[in-house]
Write a new protein. Sequence first.
Length: 147
Amino acid sequence: MSPAPALLLGMLCLTACVHPSADSPYPKPSISLSPSGEIAPGTDVTISCQGPRQGVRFKLYRARVVRWHTEPAGSTAEFRIPNARREDGGSYTCSYESLREPPVSSPHSDPVQLVVEGEGGPGSGSSLPARPSRALHQWDAQSQALP
């Protein structure tokens, strides 16, 4: 086999073997937040990811980028965010993969949203909420002016 086809085959395997795929033999994991809903800054948050298998590596993604990974003894991984800040907010998903080479990955879980309220504490320098009310963003298309 000449080098070009071998390189192409290697790249194809790398893409298929490393990235989670919708046609994976594994079902997608479930993901949950504790506590759920909007949280105050400084709250400890746990993101749990559960799959049907033991002996796998779980990965936690924020905005589709791997942030943490772990190899728990059971079929549930817990990712802790101590003292959560606004910067920790966002959309999180998880996946799991076999520990054997080449790794086979599950599809991503459905997303969960971590919302950390505005800093608002003493000395924060800001009195704006993390998520302004919708009324601030409504736009009247006919008059092209904010109400």
